[in-house]
Ligand binder design. Sequence first.
Ligand code: EPU
Length: 431
Amino acid sequence: MSTKILIQGGPALHGEVSVSGMKNAALPILFASILVNDTCTLENIPAVSDIAISLDILRQMGAEVSYLTPTTLRIDTRGMTDVSAPYELAKKLRGSTYLMGAQLGRFGKATVGWPGGCDFGNRPLDQHMKGFDALGATVTTDSGFIHLKSESRLKGSSIFFDVVSVGATVNVILASVLAEGLTVIDNAAREPHIVDLANFLNSCGANITGAGTSVIKVRGVERLHGCTYSIIPDMIEAGTFMVAAAATGGTVRIRNVIPKHVESITAKLCEMGVTVKEEEGDTLLVKGQSSYRNVNIQTLPYPGFPTDMHPQFAPLLCLANGVSCIQEGIWEHRFRYVNELRKMGATVVLDSRTATFVGGGKLYGAPVDAMDLRAGAALIIAGLAAEGKTEISGVDYIYRGYDNIVEKLAGLGACIQEVTVPDAVPVDGRH
Ligand code: EPU
């Protein structure tokens, strides 16, 4: 049996929706709790499968985890030891790279299976390794595992990243929080989830300054203590609802958003002719129109336009007037939605890292396959705006990062449902 999402396209979205906590902030914070060696209460945790897998990893490594409410959990990491992470689980998600920094920081050693995550082509870890090496750890790899070891307490150092990397910035912060002396991270990632991680660790007694700028300073402390902390709202989930509202010509009030975090998304939508109004209480009102201007998009590290919002804009550009382009600046294989959109009637020309969309046409429902998380979100938006029925397979990718997306969209009036269907039988009848 397999699960699919069925969408009958057409209805404009209307009503209110609340954004969940941010997956890409919750993941590093969960792994950072290893360093805390105490009990933390974490609020606004999204119900997504990447979080469930991370919690399984932490449990198998000795953490005690219990949910106090559907979005609040308590995690006690005092019983954790320096055992290596369960390989089969760790390889399922990218966030497991954070085990390297967290375990190294707490135990002086770590063994982690080469991490998984969505396939965007080359996903190197050289900047992570450069950071660990600068702090005094030795890094070796063998048959799918990465081993990190430090003979004595890690020592603060200066690290200049060659590329802006969210993961490497997180890992060096994690490894340096309990190190001796000052660590200076230059050309650091400035994403809101980096700031959230630093705020969480500072609430536990760490001394981190500069998060949100490209120079982060971490002054090592002897120990951390537990705290209660609330994860920031997910800017990518918010952006996905913003585009869905625009693509269906609907009017949607989106609650639990930090408007600053979605500024680049808001700016692009406004350039196309969508109305986005900031309201009191972390709320945005998005009003779609019947036609849009074409735009060009280039994805960049924050505060530039996020790569994680690139695929969701694609169906909107198919509907806009004229020719639009998306130039992908982060991941070479972020275009795995293109062929699926073509099945829905889109005219897209793909050349290396640039997709050109010939707008002004219509999208038509079709059976399509979600090949990664944000590609899946793009197909949902395309299905909502299309004429006819869309059937999306590969939905597990979507559930990795979207909390109750089917229910939330149905609450906005979308004709969308999850169905479980028998697997297709090959033509010759063999399974
Ligand atoms: N890079 C290197 N060397 C490194 C690390 C990265 O060259 O050692 C390069 C990558 O190849 C890429 C660029 O630097 O071209 C940025 O990669 P980054 O390390 O920032 O990505 P990541 O930490 O692996 C996180 C998110 C991704 C998001 C990117 C970029 C998590 C768990 N993942 O990945 O989120 O696309 O940052 O913002 O936080 C998603 O949620 O859909 C998702 C893929």
